[in-house]
Design a protein. Structure first.
Length: 153
């Protein structure tokens, strides 16, 4: 991935974390609805900004916009109804967002370079999803251990 892509993805994830930090605490249903509307508006604005681009650059821009939207929605859900599963879904949404952009960037390449790019993107996605699953299982195991220890006390 190019440095620009990584910078944009880091900024998007940072913005999503900023929304998460603001959403800490108890969210009401109306707070969630308002946040969903804001996320949708941000997505539409980002997608409209892609209209100035052409060809694959437009596809990359749209993939970034959609990925940012999906991550923000997953984080919103995780804040509204916190759970290990919701945190897992956030990690998967982030992995999918990075993957979508990477695949679109691979379209700029040809031949063997494109094949290698796609395989690297696939491998990165598989690793990120596996890491998310390991985190979820570790949290489950840790909770079970804490419960057993509490019962023993």
């Amino acid at each position: 991935m190019t440095r620009t892509t990584l910078t944009v993805l880091a900024a998007a994830i940072g913005l999503a974390f900023g929304a998460t930090a603001q959403a800490e605490g108890k969210m009401t249903k109306s707070d969630q609805t308002n946040a969903e509307a804001a996320i949708e508006a941000d997505y539409k604005a980002a997608k409209n900004n892609c209209e100035g681009s052409g060809g694959n650059a437009k596809d990359i821009c749209e993939a970034r916009a959609k990925g940012t939207e999906r991550v923000a929605l997953a984080e919103l859900h995780a804040n509204y109804k916190p759970s290990r599963e919701a945190r897992y879904e956030v990690q998967v949404a982030k992995a999918d967002a990075v993957y979508s952009v990477a695949i679109e960037e691979c379209d700029d390449k040809a031949g063997n370079a494109k094949d290698v790019c796609v395989k690297e993107a696939d491998a990165t996605l598989v690793k990120a999803k596996a890491d998310a699953k390991v985190d979820r299982v570790a949290a489950d195991t840790q909770q079970e251990s804490a419960m057993k220890q509490a019962d023993a006390s």
